[in-house]
Design a protein around this ligand. Structure first.
Ligand code: IPM
Ligand code: MN
Length: 353
């Protein structure tokens, strides 16, 4: 039996419902495979502003650092729009504090969800299975921010060092070695100096991975290519902001942003696992959210941070089985399917472990 400490950041909006769903599934895994998961609830985001007056209390950072991994729901909402520090600042802060520079966002079109994709069948006939490798602790998200005193202008800085590009590049090439051995590096090198550095560094790094084919794409073209020929991609590696945008696009093509998990990792084994969607305050507390992205994030945690590949596979198979049985949350509903709430969806998946 193995024991793992998991910090839970339920967060705001639908965060608590979807994390509760993932915990149900993790408990089913622990019952079946005989592991012990010890959960500690910590506050981050809007709920932390309400309780402690800051989106990222030090205690949260300390507990996350002392855990084997972190499972996060979502943060933010209009309630905190006027606050001096927004809930999202907590999210960026924890990514930085844990050194999680690499964000892996897989988008896979499941055959059961073809109907939910906005693309026509002809565009989907070769499927979609892309891993977006997003740089997570640099670029414009963390560059210098400046504001005119009179509010007449504001600026954000996009800055990358060779070292930052190299370390995310290595993750992308190594990920590709385990998949289709193709990396598309996405930038805007026809305009931005930071992108020129990005492209030069990726090109140099590719020499250490002779088996992997590296190509470059401008971000505007990459967005278009995802929409017209999504099957061409294996691994996409890109900056913080481009990765944010392209991963929403690739998830929509896969059917719903409510389905897609992510892993954020740094130098060690401890990672943070979260759905790529937001806190959806409009449907919070109504049992309408899709818990699958969070449940699949928990599966990524088992595999990538705990080395429990078989257990992760059991979760993925249980999700597929429940989809095969026709159960659908509202975001992935199509005619003839069984409309299911958040809690029931998670229960069904837990029962099928
Ligand atoms: C994401 C989110 C965050 C981001 C927001 C909430 C700060 O959109 O994880 O993709 O932009 O990184
Ligand atoms: Mn995003």
């Amino acid at each position: 039996m193995s024991e793992f400490k998991i910090a839970l950041i339920k967060g705001d909006g639908i965060g608590p419902e979807i994390v509760d769903g993932a915990v149900k599934v993790l408990d089913a895994v622990s019952a079946k495979f005989g592991h012990k998961f010890e959960y500690t609830d910590v506050y981050m985001g809007g709920c932390a502003i309400d309780k402690f007056g800051t989106p990222l209390p030090q205690e949260t950072v300390d507990i996350c650092k002392a855990s084997d991994s972190v499972l996060l729901g979502a943060v933010g909402g209009p309630k905190w729009d006027g606050c001096k520090e927004r809930p999202e600042k907590g999210l960026l802060g924890i990514r930085k504090a844990l050194g999680l520079y690499s964000n892996l966002r897989p988008s896979i079109l499941k055959p059961q969800l073809k109907e939910a994709s906005p693309l026509k069948d002809e565009k989907l006939k070769d499927g979609l299975n892309v891993m977006v490798v997003r740089e997570l602790t640099g670029g414009i998200y963390f560059g210098e921010r400046r504001n005119a005193e009179d509010g007449s202008w504001a600026s954000d800085e996009e800055k990358y060092s060779v070292e930052e590009v190299e370390r995310i590049g290595r993750i992308a090439f190594e990920t590709a070695m385990l998949r289709g051995k193709r990396v598309v590096s996405v930038d805007k090198a026809n305009v931005l100096d930071s992108s020129k550095l990005w492209r030069r560094t990726m090109t140099e790094l590719a020499k250490s991975y002779p088996e992997v084919e590296l190509t470059h794409m401008y971000v505007d073209n990459a967005a278009m290519q995802l929409a017209i020929a999504p099957a061409q991609f294996d691994v996409i590696v890109t900056s913080n902001i481009f990765g944010d945008i392209l991963s929403d696009l690739s998830s929509a093509i896969a059917g719903s942003i409510g389905m897609l998990p992510s892993a954020s990792l740094g130098a060690g084994k401890c990672g943070m696992y979260e759905p790529i969607h937001g806190s959806a305050p409009d449907i919070a507390g109504q049992d309408k959210a899709n818990p699958v992205a969070t449940i699949l994030s928990a599966a990524m945690m088992l595999e990538m941070s705990f080395g429990l590949a078989e257990e992760a596979k059991a979760i993925n198979e249980a999700v597929d089985k429940v989809l095969d049985m026709g159960y659908r949350t509202p975001d992935i509903y199509s005619e003839g399917m069984k409309m299911t709430g958040c809690a029931k969806m998670a229960e069904l998946i837990a029962e099928n472990i």
